[in-house]
Ligand binder design. Structure first.
Ligand code: GLN
Length: 553
């Protein structure tokens, strides 16, 4: 393909939310990337928050963090994992951030006395964000409009992409509408009517979809496909089926069979009959679907009722599991319920590994501290992530270093031993949005540590999202008592990774390794956890079978 211009693919959603538009966009990105094209993916979120950083995970699921420190929608995590490319702040645009730019400009007087309106000022700003995301001239920009067609708040985005088709020139823009065909068991049929209506809504605002991707629990019979094509003005071959699958990583393979990428290329006037190179990906999917073993890992947090709140952690475990040929069975442990240590021991008695992920606020903290203690005392492989590191340090300070009442000043501002404390740069921060230590920072690994062995590197870069740090006033004492500081900031002032010796695997990081794990590149710290958990499992089995060949790891 000549490098003349970027082609734009817009993805909208119909009928219901949570249709997996993000996975469809990410999968299409994968199919284009594996044909040798450069691809970037952008998400438009029509809510008024400037970013999801201030929202509860119960509202929004995980907040995904990019290298450049943007707090973004969790779909960016899917995009990065599928297209194996780092994205940035420009790749997530909320209505709030669009309005904020326009209003700031208005306050500066940039509109020279004009009336500032949704059309053209808001829509122009949305189009500018598209151009900004495409400034390096990728072959394709895939842009997903969040929400469902028909939502009032989505209208400026739909209007902007309608206009953009004209601005970008003939043959440079297509629209894909992802929709649901509900199955009515009483009728034994997949119903097309809701999809017809949602396409009608799109057409009434001037957007004719070029391709329909139809989510369905069953195969779509030819009659229903034909009906959809007839009523929506979409050619039959561009009505693509997207069935529920065992793993999201199978979606690109299923969509390739349905010729989605070919239909996209054809509609963007690109002559290309090449096959994508999906061998490695298929191998990963096969490993996910046919594991040789199962290993049970606990995730202990306070948002366990909504697994989307920890989606990158869950995916990272799956990546490591696939690489090691094992299925990860997750045991969700709601940390609020474990104030009593005996209950913790009981709850963790059947798991081979534990993750304590990130979080904010005091709720569930004593439970997490107990869980870290149980992992340490019982030699259960443990990985702490951000708040997970802070809880492990508090636990170690209290129970090994004898610092009674050790805590984080986040939970107890007057704690007698604030072993985790506010960074000095954070002391006068009053705004909550975008003011944490955010994004990628360098970390130096110490020789002879588990961290160094796992990464096999001296210098790493990992993504952060926190305000509090290990308090340097306690570093000496904690080290004396056996806490190993295995990763430090380049100036040595910030503790980035801790670990314990004399333990199968007890590692915690102040950063979030889960944001950088990819199916094709599982993260070394998760690999370490799952490997240690598997070894423990093998030994437990041997013990259960009464084998004399007991090995201690
Ligand atoms: N609440 C802690 C802090 O702000 C940890 C944050 C996190 O886990 N992302 O430092």
């Amino acid at each position: 393909m000549s490098k003349k211009s970027t082609k734009y693919i817009f993805i909208t959603g119909g009928v219901v939310s949570s249709l997996g538009k993000g996975i469809v966009g990410a999968s299409l990105g994968k199919l284009l990337r594996t044909r040798g094209y450069s691809v970037t993916i952008q998400k438009f979120d029509p809510y008024i928050n400037v970013d999801p950083g201030t929202m509860s995970p119960f509202q929004h699921g995980e907040v995904f963090v990019t290298d450049d420190g943007a707090e973004t929608d969790l779909d960016l995590g899917h995009y990065e994992r599928f297209i194996n490319t780092n994205l940035a702040r420009v790749n997530n645009v909320t209505a709030g951030s669009v309005y904020l730019s326009v209003i700031n400009r208005e306050r500066r007087g940039d509109y020279l006395g004009g009336t500032v309106q949704t059309i053209p000022h808001i829509t122009d700003e949305i189009k500018n964000r598209l151009k900004e995301a495409a400034k390096d001239k990728p072959d394709f920009l895939i842009a997903e409009v969040g929400g469902t067609v028909g939502d009032i708040e989505g209208l400026p985005f739909l209007e902007a992409i309608r206009q953009f088709k004209i601005d970008a020139g003939f043959g440079n823009v297509i629209f894909i509408h992802v929709t649901l065909l509900p199955y009515l068991s009483a009728a034994g049929e997949l119903k097309t009517k809701p999809s017809q209506h949602s396409v009608n809504t799109l057409r009434s605002i001037g957007i004719q979809p070029d391709i329909l991707v139809c989510r369905a629990s069953k195969s779509i019979p030819k009659t229903e496909r034909d009906k959809l094509a007839l009523f929506t003005n979409v050619p039959k071959e561009a009505v693509i089926e997207c069935k529920d699958l065992q793993t999201i990583y199978e979606v690109p393979i299923a969509l390739e069979k349905q010729r989605l990428a070919q239909e996209v290329l054809k509609r963007l006037n690109i002559q290309d009959d090449s096959e994508p190179d999906l061998e490695h990906w298929k191998d990963i999917v096969a490993r996910v679907k046919n594991p040789e073993t199962t290993v049970k890992i606990a995730i202990a947090g306070k948002y366990t009722k909504l697994s989307d709140a920890y989606i990158s952690v869950v995916e990272s475990l799956k990546h490591a599991g696939a690489a090691l040929g094992t299925k990860i069975e997750i045991k969700w442990v709601p940390s609020d319920d474990y104030v009593d240590y005996e209950n913790v021991q009981e709850a963790l008695s059947d798991v081979s590994g534990i993750v304590v992920p990130g979080g904010f606020g005091i709720r569930g903290i004593e439970g997490k501290i107990n869980i870290a203690r149980c992992a340490r005392e019982n030699n259960i492989p443990f990985l702490g992530l951000c708040l997970g590191l802070q809880c492990a340090v508090i636990e170690f300070a209290r129970n090994v270093a004898g610092l009674q009442g050790a805590n984080s000043s986040e939970f107890e501002p007057e704690a007698p031993h604030p072993v985790v404390d506010l960074m000095s740069e954070q002391e006068n921060v009053t705004d909550m949005g975008g003011t944490m230590r955010l994004g990628s920072y360098e970390c130096h690994l110490q020789q002879g540590t588990i961290a160094k062995k796992q990464y096999n590197l001296d210098v790493i870069h990992e993504r952060h999202r926190h305000r509090y740090e290990v308090n340097n006033n306690y570093r000496g004492l904690l080290q004396e008592k056996g806490l190993i500081l295995s990763g430090l900031s380049p100036d040595q002032k910030l503790v980035e990774i801790i670990e314990l010796s004399e333990h199968k695997y007890f590692v915690a990081s102040q950063f979030h390794p889960e944001f950088k794990s990819r199916p094709e590149n599982p993260h070394p710290l998760f690999m370490g956890l799952v490997e240690a958990a598997l070894n423990g499992e093998v030994n437990a089995n041997r013990r259960r079978q009464g084998s004399s060949a007991e090995v201690s790891v």
